[in-house]
Design a protein around this ligand. Structure first.
Ligand code: C5P
Length: 290
């Protein structure tokens, strides 16, 4: 029998409502192309409180609805994949009725789809009396996408492999930041395809990680160069944002969103959306709660 937890918004015993946070990559180093087509990376991932909201009800049949009708709700949606994965791994036969309130922009490098999948695994597990551990869910999540395991961490993690190997890091000092998303998006496989690994600066990710704890954080992203090749306007946007006074403007993941830190101002430009946000972490057995 599912037990109520004070931090969940429960309407009935078979229903749960959870937030689904976005992430940024404080630094992202691509190390090499692997023979399986993926790239080996080393990145410091941080969850942020820019979030979707997901409502789950145990049901006789599966159903997925979404506030954003541009988002496919069929088998290609990572939420649907997470539901099927959880049933396969646990032999549980229940179905889920899911409603997604979408706020995280798509094709932004913010991990919205992966976060939704991780949140679904977490919710299904809760609603079924927790047959799986957080570690099981993270391991299973890697079968759906490289970023899914991160969202089952506690919100700050150094990630390696294709992104699915998670080394938890204690929460960083919180900072306020802006996310800026231009209307153009980029597909992750296309950005990786455009990347020339040979041309990348040889930055040491372990040094970069240490810098975060010695209070001289260094931000970089090896996927900026290929993203700027694909959409030159992104470089213009970054320059524009820096010129307003932000100390850091860095693309997140494979883009096209930027995170902006410091005292700058969001310019009044057509075709961009901005979001004020901050880091978010969670405790063991408690979901993200902005
Ligand atoms: O793992 P995920 O399905 O999110 O990856 C989407 C695509 O992004 C992969 O098919 C691959 O083209 C690219 N990718 C990569 N190296 C990674 C992660 C993703 O080349 N580490």
């Amino acid at each position: 029998m599912f037990k109520r937890h004070a931090l969940y918004t429960l309407y009935e015993d078979n229903m749960i409502s959870l937030s689904s946070p976005a992430k940024i990559n404080l630094f992202l180093r691509i190390l090499k192309k692997r023979s399986d087509g993926y790239h080996e990376l080393a990145s410091l991932f941080q969850a942020i409180d820019l979030s979707d909201r997901l409502h789950f009800t145990l049901s006789q049949t599966d159903k997925l609805t979404c506030t954003d009708n541009t988002l496919p709700t069929d088998q290609s949606n990572l939420i649907t994949k997470a539901v099927q994965l959880f049933r396969r791994k646990t032999n549980i036969k229940d179905c889920l009725n899911i409603h997604l309130e979408k706020n995280i922009p798509q094709q932004a490098g913010l991990g919205g789809g992966s976060s939704n999948a991780a949140t679904t695994l977490w919710a299904f597990n809760q609603l079924c009396g927790k047959p799986a551990s957080e570690g099981d869910l993270a391991k299973w999540g890697a079968e759906i996408g490289s970023d899914v395991p991160f969202f089952l961490s506690h919100g700050t993690a150094y990630c390696t492999g294709r992104g699915e190997q998670i080394f938890p890091i204690k929460p960083l000092e919180n900072i306020n930041l802006w996310i800026v998303k231009p209307y153009q998006g980029l597909s992750t496989p296309l950005v990786y395809k455009t990347l020339n690994v040979e041309l990348l600066p040889q930055r040491n990710p372990i040094e970069a990680l240490k810098n975060f704890f010695d209070n001289h954080s260094t931000y970089f992203n090896d996927l900026e160069a290929p993203a700027f090749t694909l959409i030159p306007d992104l470089f213009e946007l970054k320059s524009n944002l820096l010129s307003t006074g932000f100390s850091t403007v860095m693309m997140s993941g494979s883009g096209t969103s930027f995170f902006c830190i410091g005292e700058g101002k969001i310019p009044n430009l057509q075709g961009i959306k901005s979001y004020r946000t901050r880091f978010i972490n969670r405790r063991e057995n408690v979901w993200f709660n902005p």
